[in-house]
Design a protein around this ligand. Structure first.
Ligand code: AP5
Length: 221
């Protein structure tokens, strides 16, 4: 099963990608995490990310190409945050052809802009394992300690400042949302209400992926 989790900043892509990874053993390819990981982030990419702009297509396409060729992707993968532009979507088609895979589903998480800003403003991450939390919507079970690894250091993303978030949302609406008709035309798009709780969204995604409701899903499973 090969999936794209599609949606604006703060829609819950990363949260749900982690759950899909845990539940189905799919490789998790989060473009933002890859760009932020030490050793990958060059100064050029950092400048774009700090402004809330998309990094150049060539850079992210090369990163995803390298990752898709790794062994763990053979069992299936989740793309979180890629593709975000028409050239990226075209490049992905080419890469999938090369590795003889196809997309099972593109799952769009639909969330209002106002809610996105609230989600991003309250997001924090465990510095040790990267688990993602929220001040109100996903609190730590034990104050000051990560549920997943017990880590006690947490951080907030540089690009989660209100002014940068507005620019990230603008990029999404201008460059990324226009890809939706492309995936609808391929018959793989599933749109779900991302305004629901984290648990409810997980349940809806599970219902889609376990239904095997399209021919590619059956072929890839
Ligand atoms: P990236 O890291 O991918 O950020 P993003 O797409 O802007 O998405 P986010 O990580 O902000 O949100 P998310 O949807 O994963 O939400 P999350 O699960 O964390 O990209 C960062 C930058 O890298 C880009 O701006 C760009 O510069 C560059 N980049 C990356 N990919 C690129 C590409 N392909 N091309 C070019 N440039 C690229 O949830 C958010 C918060 O809400 C959390 O606190 C969570 O606990 C909470 N939450 C989640 N779900 C729910 C829910 N259902 N209800 C209530 N709260 C919820």
């Amino acid at each position: 099963m090969n999936l794209i989790l599609f949606g604006p900043p703060g829609a819950g892509k990363g949260t749900q990608a982690e759950r899909l990874h845990d539940a189905y053993g799919l490789a998790k390819l989060s473009s933002g995490d890859m760009l932020r990981s030490p050793g990958t982030l060059n100064n050029l990419a950092r400048t774009y990310m700090q402004r809330g702009d998309l990094v150049p297509d060539d850079l992210i396409i090369a990163i995803i190409r390298g990752r898709l060729n790794q062994k763990d992707c053979a069992r299936g993968f989740i793309l979180d945050g890629f593709p975000r532009t028409a050239p990226q979507a075209e490049a992905l088609d080419g890469m999938l052809k090369e590795i003889r895979k196809s997309l099972s589903y593109v799952i769009e998480l639909k969330v209002d802009d106002r809610q996105l800003i609230e989600r991003i403003a309250g997001r924090f991450t465990c510095a040790k394992c990267g688990a993602v939390y929220h001040d109100s919507f996903h609190k730590l079970k034990t104050e000051g300690a990560c549920d997943a690894c017990g880590g006690t250091q947490f951080s907030r993303r540089e690009d989660d400042k209100v002014e940068t978030v507005a620019r990230r949302l603008e990029s999404y609406h201008r460059q990324t949302a226009p890809l939706l008709p492309y995936y609808k035309g391929k018959g793989v798009l599933q749109t779900i209400d991302g305004m629901a709780s984290i648990e409810e969204v997980t349940a809806k995604i599970n219902a889609i992926v376990s239904s095997g409701s399209n021919k590619n899903a059956a072929k890839n499973s």
